[in-house]
Design a protein around this ligand. Structure first.
Ligand code: FAD
Length: 563
């Protein structure tokens, strides 16, 4: 790997860094992207042909960018705004001071995503997670007791014991070290050997089940599970995920999604926005200077309301103003529930089994509320205690996670007063922004009784509840026990050779199609699968020295469980 962001990956002796390489489909997307032969070709008679891309989030933009480089003409439809769930909302009047409403911390193991972050030349810095070196101090407030820590070693013994129990549980239940070493070594046989044995065991069981039945936790008081659920193992509370399939949690841990996370300075939305305007140097068919923005005369087409198969076999895409265009290939990247809510979609476009998967996809809720402050006042120290005035805060109170963003001593700071999921997010759902801020400040006052946060607030607060937005209906997928088969149907849908004609030509991508929902790398990797699928559908192929995900599918394909 040669990308600048690769430098941030920790080194491990003779093995490579941990990357999001499988474990279900261990295809090296990063190597495919960087290969000098490029991703592939479509026949010259297809050059300039329109391909519909529904959604201008990271998946849609990745696919559109790569298909344009192959000489096709992506036609992007977007119902809301470029970036999708990479949404960096600026505070009014404050240049570059933003609230990250969707994705905000990007593990360096996301090598596909960082390929595009590097191409678009965004800057990054370590994310201020609990107890990370980038975080001046962390406060853990549980059951009314507040602990202040600046370094890991300051944690009371119980927390270290809980950390140890989690590491032991992973080793005992999943052969964690060997699995991670296989990822580092990109040793597909060993990786699949271990992972494919775990799938049938842990698909049926929840994260909570894994923790509660592990020897490491079962031999400890119940409180250990409770505290582990509140504090988590890197980025904050995990009890919102306790009902999820354990396979999903294992993927997050084994691919280091929860480690070494970085923040994109000025906002991650810059990545898809710059891809929209980028003029790639090497492109088939298109003259120098062509960009997605130019191909669209400046703006994406409106949201899609109808998808239907037309009598000539093409797929008819109708936008919200009733304009219809016909395509041989269409890529859908919005959350799958929108196929039956925002859109009227011909049932015949997907098999009943796939519809079952698309409809049963379970989205998690998430809410965030931000305020801008006059300066990063929290770094000042209390004269009596010597502690920072305020810290990154994890609590069992309403706020759950409070994050502090330091934009420099002479610039406004940003506080994410509350970042919560599931039931904690639902508590906020019906409330207007002022009430959300008030409730969060009230909760924080119980932790910081002498601190007047209000006096530092400037500008208007910003809030989001993804489940309240009709273009999303939820934050991200959180697979439940028994959902592996659904995931398999959705993920493998880009391999269309054996499908009936009536189902060909429509492709799916996005983090909800991936094995790593809630992580942008899943959006990038599934978009690259769709690029391969569309190229193949239009008669194209990869260079022989740089086979793509479809070419290596038989050797790498995810385990199929009996239906
Ligand atoms: C609260 C939250 C926190 C997150 N945290 C992280 C994180 O820390 N790290 C990380 O890596 N990832 C994180 N993620 C996940 C990351 O944001 C997503 O994986 C990624 O942005 C998904 O991209 P996508 O293209 O798959 O989907 P989207 O970004 O959802 O793009 C789909 C697009 O389709 C559009 N659309 C919907 N309906 C239609 C229609 N009918 N017609 C046309 N367009 C339509 C939508 O408006 C949207 O722009 C987080 C997400 C959320 C919500």
């Amino acid at each position: 790997m040669t990308a600048p962001h690769a430098l941030f990956a920790p080194k491990h002796d003779d093995l490579g860094p941990v990357t999001i390489f499988g474990p279900d489909f261990p295809f090296p997307y990063d190597d495919w992207l960087k290969h000098p032969s490029g991703l592939g070709y479509v026949p010259a008679h297809r050059h300039g042909e329109e391909v519909a891309i529904i959604g201008a989030g990271m998946a849609g933009m990745t696919a559109a960018y790569e298909l344009m480089r192959m000489g096709l003409k992506p036609v992007i439809y977007e119902a809301a705004r470029i970036g999708g769930r990479l949404r960096s909302q600026a505070f009014e009047g404050a240049e570059g001071i933003i609230a990250e409403l969707g994705g905000m911390r990007f593990p360096v193991s996301s090598t596909g995503f960082y390929h595009y972050a590097d191409l678009t030349r965004v800057e990054s810095k370590p994310f201020p997670n609990p107890l990370s070196p980038a975080t001046p101090s962390t406060v853990i407030d549980l059951e009314g007791k507040t602990i202040y820590v600046e370094k890991l070693d300051d944690l009371p013994p119980m927390y270290r014991e809980i950390g140890g129990a989690w590491a032991k549980a992973l080793e005992e239940g999943a052969g964690f070290a060997a699995l991670q070493d296989a990822i580092r070594a990109r040793d597909v046989a060993t990786l699949k050997g271990i992972w494919d044995r775990l799938i049938p065991i842990w698909d049926d069981r929840s994260f909570y089940d894994f923790v509660a039945t592990s020897y490491a936790f079962a031999s400890q008081p119940f409180q250990y599970r409770e505290v582990f659920g509140q504090v988590g193992f890197g980025t904050g509370g995990w009890d919102s995920d306790y009902p999820n399939s354990m396979l999903e949690i294992l993927r997050v841990c084994v691919t280091d999604c929860d480690e070494n996370q970085r923040y994109i300075v000025g906002g991650v939305e810059q990545v898809p926005r710059r891809m929209w305007r980028m003029r790639p140097e090497k492109m088939a068919h298109w003259p120098a200077g062509t960009s997605l923005e130019k191909l669209h005369d400046g703006a994406p087409r409106p949201g899609v309301t109808k998808l239907a198969r037309s009598p000539d076999g093409k797929i008819a895409v109708t936008d919200r103003w009733g304009s219809t265009r016909w395509y041989d290939a269409v890529l859908v990247t919005c959350q799958s529930w929108l196929l039956t809510t925002y859109m009227q979609c011909d049932e015949s476009l997907f098999s009943p089994k796939l519809w079952m998967a698309l409809d049963r996809t379970r989205y998690m809720q998430s809410s965030k509320t931000f305020v801008m402050t006059d300066r990063p006042f929290w770094k000042e120290r209390d004269r009596q205690t010597g502690q920072h005035l305020m810290s990154m805060t994890l609590t069992d109170r309403l706020t759950r996670g409070t994050y502090l963003f330091d934009n420099g001593d002479d610039r406004p700071g940003v506080i994410c007063l509350t970042y919560s999921w599931m039931s904690d997010a639902l508590k906020m759902l019906p409330l207007p922004v002022d009430k959300r801020v008030r409730l969060a400040l009230d909760a924080l006052r119980k932790i910081y009784p002498d601190l007047d946060i209000e006096k530092h607030i400037i500008g208007d607060p910003i809030t989001v509840s993804w489940e309240a937005d009709p273009n999303f209906l939820g934050a991200f997928k959180g697979a439940l026990p028994g959902h592996y088969r659904y995931n398999h149907r959705m993920y493998c849908h880009f391999m269309q050779e054996r499908m009936p004609l009536a189902e060909k030509g429509i492709f799916l991508a996005g983090d909800d199609v991936s094995w790593t929902p809630g992580w942008v790398e899943g959006a990038v990797q599934t978009a690259l699968n769709a690029v391969w699928g569309i190229m193949n559908h239009l008669g194209g192929e990869c260079a022989p020295d740089n086979p793509g995900p479809g070419d290596r599918y038989e050797a790498l394909k995810p385990l199929e469980l009996a239906e």
